[in-house]
Design a binder for this molecule. Sequence first.
Ligand code: BGC
Length: 745
Amino acid sequence: MRLNILVILLSVVSLVNGQDAMNQFIDQVMAKMTLEEKLGQMNLSSGVGNLPVITEGEGKIEFIKKGLIGASGGYNSQLAAVNESRLGIPLITGRDIIHGYKTTFPIPLAMSCAWDTLMIEKMARISAIEASSEGINWTYSPMVDISRDPRWGRVAEGAGEDVYLGSKIARAYVRGYQGDDLSKENTIMACVKHFALYGASEAGRDYNTVDMSKVSMHNYYLPTYKAAFDEGAGSAMSAFNVVDMVPATGNQWLMTELLRNQWGFNGFVVTDYTAINEMVHHGLGNLETVAIKALKAGIDMDMVGESFIGTLGKSLEEGKITEAEIDQACRRVLEAKYKLGLFDKPFQYHNKKRAKELILCKEHQEYARKVAAASCVLLKNENNVLPLNKNAKIAVIGPMGNVKKDMLGAWSATSDTTPIVTIYQGIKNISDSKAIVKYKQGSYLTENEYLLNRNRKKGEELAIDKIKSDKMLSDAIELANNSDVIIASLGEPSKWSGEAASRSDISIPACQTRLLKALLQTGKPVVLVLSNGRPLNLSWENENVPAILETWHAGVQAGNGIADVLFGDVNPSAKLTMTFPRNVGQIPIYYNHNKTGRPLIEDYKFTSKYLDIPNSPLFPFGYGLSYTTFSYGEITTNKVALDKDELLRASVEVTNTGNLSGQEIVQLYIQDPEASISRPVKELKDFRKIELEPGQTKTVSFSISIDQLKFYNSDLVLDWEEGDFNVFIGTNSEECQEVQVEWIK
Ligand code: BGC
């Protein structure tokens, strides 16, 4: 009966096209809705029952039947919504599909290091194909928060520190999830988060204050979100933090003036988890007041907090909000459902046959392996310790060497642990039958009680035992002494990065370093294979270990992908997208910092520096080695003086000077040395990933227009200013060739 109403409405509007058809259909649905039902559409319930609220847990289905929930998950919930609620409006079903569904890919920070937007797009496509077969039609991804602070655990979820690369990657995620038609059964709606500036939490502590100039936000933080919206992302998620001291969730400037009026976004905005309720803690008023602020700011859906459904009815009666404001939010949610084809085919996303065929299928797993290998960054390789000989006696030693779930990293709730390939297993899989590969744990992950306590589940014992710790170490040394080469598999378990997982000390924990030192003392070659979710302080390791491979949390195919690189079946080509500091004292540290009035001059006291360490990072943005070597020629240009309509063509010859074929990411940076505001020392403006055979040379050419010179000035106008520009092309943000050109208006 209820379904019939929608079916009749759909057939009435089917003669009309596109936007008009959608508007007519939604007009007619909304004409039938009560106020409560409209508020219901603006209410997302997770159904996990962990909040003292009205629609969670047991009673969820009853609330769905009453039309009081607009977004939730599960087949039975959809059945209740479609067949048993008065109007039969289907639910939209969101999940955090951040780096794969069941086929879990490396963490997003890792994948960004491949500088390969087609790869990200394909990864997102696979994620959508898998997730959409099990009822999910909306993902809380991409996370496009720029961050310059590796203490913040959520850097694992993003694409690093750079706005240019980050924007390209943001677009790739959206294309991959949404495909060319959102209403198809295998495409899902993207939700761009966390709007905005969440990555700039002070001191890298999650949920902390953000305080930033408007010029900085416009130039370095906002463009990644805008890029994702320009690509057509259907929804956005508000951030937990303040923007200009007003919580993002209640920030009218951000959610309406910027997002809708200036950027023309026409999707819907959901809050982050209970972010409206949290405005009470921010000190913005009681629940009723903050719900009003959120609605008026431009929020359309309340995630889990139930402030909209709980308070807006009363606020309307009291004349504090208008029905038009509620209608607008409700309409945007219904539009999303319409675009997803949910009114037409509410069950198209529940498809057991597709799920069985596609989830974790061979093709997806093979791609996950490829992505894992493409995301590994070779940080050091003295005396060509790598690649390994496939016939060797290999000791895999360390607490990350034989673990499954910790290969996945943050946001892997939808994953399956069974198919995960450990590093030890991957090495065994790929080495020759004559090789001897053995494993010992060697140490705990940490013996730091404070950290262990923070991570401890209720009732769980602190399982650190000194005798066991010493025994693990001596067993490991014995194995190391009987091997040709040692893979020291160290790092961070999954739960040390991601949400609510900030660290003040980003070095490898002391007990793991004790193990590493002991392994080095054996005199055998040691390869440090790191599994972690953020840039680490590797100063000591870089001084003392001959080879370091950063593999991040590499996903379900971690072991195979990492072993492909260790044995040289894949030549590493990834480059860092976040700066690695020498120690935490340098943070925030990022390559596109501004000039100071007192740049460093050695041997002169009053310049900008530390007394105890250099200013430079340990590993700069864009850095990463290969098993081959590349040399760069000088930059040649078509012109050195240009006017505004002219394109600069800057070229460089890159030669593979080693013995193996390999890929190189050639990076183009520009500096505007004199402008109306102080500008960065350089900014990434383009890049190319090229493949070269040994001895081969390729000319890499970039075309640069005035669009790449534009920046937001003090009046927040996006424009360029004439004068000199320094153009850099190179292998990372520090090692570049440089030329100067002049552009005149
Ligand atoms: C996180 C979001 C996530 C949401 C839903 C929040 O705590 O900040 O990134 O999408 O939960 O799981």
